[in-house]
Design a binder for this molecule. Structure first.
Ligand code: DGL
Length: 272
């Protein structure tokens, strides 16, 4: 029965756990299978053809496990592959960019929205296009923040340096009189307090993860895909192409629960 199958989630590494966490919170009876491509992370500064090839390798792995839906938690991957994915699969698929754009439009009053993300996410203008499709009148300012992912990956959040890096990177946004900022990268919700501190309380920060989980819930309702096994404690699966112990440590810390992590079969993440 399709509705009992798991939700497949892909990301370039651990960052997508911010999306997994929201899905587990909003859909507590669903089982997830999460694949993190830590060995090839970060995707954000890679050429488009690599991001595309790697993402479809992970998707194929999840399709072989017969998942009932696909969540592309990685903004960078979503910016590159979403249109092709919609065209090539019958599986319900959701990325984080459209839900994030919708949440920003619901939040803004002035119509002045900022977007921050990896170099690829900003270069593809995926958020900008999604926002303009929904409302052509918006004023959008986009900024790549390549220094932010390493702050999270290297666990430097508590340092003075983190505040300085965020302050200097975001300084061009301060002139823009934004009232809403999309955190267009899996890692940025973990930097939210620092970003808020730098930009001030008048800017609403949009965490795409929350909205993505909400839209996944709506999608399941529309397509009758909610599990009907509401009493069961789902056993989630986590796969990584990198170090399973490091993944497990970060995963347990972020998700606040014990997790079992397996190595992604090497054939899945072989370089082309
Ligand atoms: N997961 C990526 C994203 O959301 C950030 C890390 C990376 O560059 O791979 O854009």
């Amino acid at each position: 029965m399709k509705r009992q199958q798991a939700i497949g989630i892909i990301d370039s590494g651990v960052g997508g756990l911010t999306v997994a966490r929201e899905i587990l919170r909003q859909l507590p009876h669903e089982q997830i299978i999460y694949v993190g491509d830590n060995a090839r992370c970060p995707y954000g500064s890679r050429p488009t053809h690599e991001i595309r090839a790697f993402s479809f390798q992970l998707i194929q792995f999840l399709q072989n496990l017969d998942v009932k839906a696909l969540v592309i938690a990685c903004n960078t991957a979503g910016a590159v592959i979403m249109d092709e994915l919609y065209a090539s699969t019958n599986l319900p698929a959701i990325g984080v960019i459209e839900p994030g754009a919708r949440a920003a439009i619901a939040a803004t009053r002035s119509g002045r929205i900022g977007v921050i993300g990896t170099e690829t996410t900003i270069r593809t203008a995926a958020y900008e296009r999604a926002l303009k499709r929904m409302n052509p009148e918006l004023t959008i300012t986009s900024l790549a923040c390549p220094a932010f992912v390493p702050l999270v990956e290297q666990q430097l959040l508590e340092t003075v340096n983190a505040h300085d890096v965020i302050e200097s990177t975001l300084s061009p946004l301060k002139r823009e009189q934004l009232d809403t900022l999309i955190l267009g990268c899996t890692h940025y919700p973990l930097l939210a307090p620092l970003i808020q501190d730098v930009l001030g309380a008048s800017v609403t920060l949009i965490n795409s993860a929350e909205e993505t989980a909400r839209e996944l819930t709506d999608l399941f309702t529309a397509r009758a895909l909610h599990t009907d096994n509401a009493s069961a404690e789902p056993v989630h699966q986590f796969f990584t192409s990198g170090d399973t112990h490091i993944f497990q440590e970060i995963g347990e810390q972020w998700l606040g629960r014990e997790i079992r992590v397996q190595s992604l079969p090497t054939a899945v993440s072989q370089m082309d």
